[in-house]
Design a protein around this ligand. Structure first.
Ligand code: SR1
Ligand code: MG
Length: 408
């Protein structure tokens, strides 16, 4: 019997789960309950007890920020499934799942109340020198270990098939990221008329259309690994000495470059929103550090698996046992494909966050609307060029330095 819980309901719910009540400690009446809902979809509360805190998340039967947009409740089921699948792969780079209630679609995880959301921290001018490296490690471990490089196809397809059922949120991704910005749709919006012409150019350029079509097919047909599916800077919590990836409700099988592209796309948005050169330098450094960490960790996992006669069915160890240079070339080819996907998905993330449905607040730090539109237009022009000309940049280092040049 699903119903949306208010603070009294949350208190009663937690008191009724012995392990959670014991974790919080003390009498339930003493628990402090705060709503911290920040994303577009769910209700989120932090509950502090005398001993410990927990984070409570509940699906709503609609989009949180748009109650007229009705939506099935299954997203916390997939987030719980993702945490169960990924936590053994990435350890403390994500949160520990404490409880899932399949009737109320309630997910309870450990509380990160000494952390801040990376996007908000970056907007305030903060610097977390280790965060991008940690996110790269998260993506490398999470994707390698759920790919056919790591285990036989029977095991991997069985694990990925669960997430093929995440149709509600995959539909959101297909519409909001991969389709709507490239057609006339009432969900698309932007404030500044200065963006009209670049938005129109993006829709009418036949080279962009061909590339977007190819990336739609890539997202929907390339079941390379289990993806987080919504890896933007609002899905990352940071403290001085800790980084966690949260909010895995969009988890689905897909191309690894989709996760990398969304993260880099959001760092590009932050770069274009930064007006001081120190902030721009940090944004570029974060892009390069993320990629280096992802790339090096992924390949190290692959090499280790090959040395230990890993039993993945793709790039099977037996093929390369006496051919180390062949393995190195195969790895380079594989990574070039991931790089190409990453650049295209990063461009598509930039576009959808500026002229699609779900915008990002990064540019709100520029109070002058004309100046803001100038920066947004420059980000859109870069994204358009990246999609129109796949040869414009072929490495993430070149992408970061071209973006830096384009910030003026
Ligand atoms: C209706 S959901 C809009 C966006 O919010 C989520 O965080 C995802 O990014 C989704 O595309
Ligand atoms: Mg989210």
């Amino acid at each position: 019997a699903y119903h949306t819980l208010d603070t009294d309901g949350i208190r009663a719910f937690l008191a009724g789960v012995p392990a959670l009540a014991a974790r919080l400690g003390g009498p339930a009446a003493h628990w402090r309950i705060r709503e911290v809902s920040d994303g577009n979809l769910n209700n989120v509360f932090l509950i502090d007890g005398p001993q410990c805190g927990v984070c409570f998340k509940q699906s709503l039967p609609h989009v949180r920020v748009d109650p007229a947009w009705k939506m099935p409740l299954d997203r916390t089921f997939y987030e719980a499934a993702y945490l169960r699948e990924i936590r053994p792969c990435v350890g403390a780079l994500t949160t520990d799942i404490l409880h899932f209630d399949p009737d109320l679609y309630v997910l309870v995880v450990e509380s990160l109340d000494r952390h801040v959301v990376l996007r908000r921290g970056l907007m305030a001018g903060g610097d977390w020198p280790d965060a991008a490296r940690a996110v790269g490690e998260f993506v490398a471990h999470g994707t390698f270990r759920t790919s056919l490089l790591a285990a036989p196809f029977e095991e991997i397809t069985h694990r990925l098939d669960v997430f093929s059922g995440n149709r509600t949120l995959t539909r959101i991704t297909v519409d909001l990221i991969l389709t709507d910005p490239y057609r006339d749709h009432p969900r698309n919006h932007w404030i500044s008329p200065e963006l009209d012409s670049i938005a129109a150019e993006i829709r009418t350029d036949p080279r962009v259309r061909r590339r977007v079509g190819a990336m739609q097919a890539r997202f929907l047909t390339c079941r390379q690994a289990l993806l987080h599916g919504d890896l933007h800077t609002g899905s990352i919590m940071v403290s001085d000495d800790d980084t966690r990836v949260i909010d895995g409700e969009f988890a689905c099988p897909g191309p690894i470059g989709f996760d990398c592209g969304l993260f880099i796309g959001n760092l590009l948005l932050h770069l274009f929103a930064c007006r001081d050169s120190g902030g721009q330098d940090r944004a570029v450094r974060n892009i390069v550090q993320f990629w280096t960490s992802f790339h090096d960790t992924f390949l190290e996992l692959w090499r280790t698996s090959a040395r230990q006669d890993g039993n993945g069915d793709a790039y099977a160890t037996t093929l390369f046992r006496n051919d180390p240079s062949g393995l190195r070339q195969a790895q380079a080819d594989f990574m070039q494909d991931v790089t190409t996907d990453t650049i295209a998905f990063a461009a598509m993330e930039v576009i959808r966050r500026l002229v699609g449905y779900a915008h990002v607040p990064d540019f709100d730090t520029i109070p002058d609307l004309a100046a803001r539109a100038g920066r947004q237009g420059a980000a859109l022009a870069l994204a358009r060029d990246l999609l129109a000309d796949p040869g414009l940049v072929t490495s993430i280092a070149d992408l970061a330095s071209l973006a830096r040049d384009r910030t003026g």
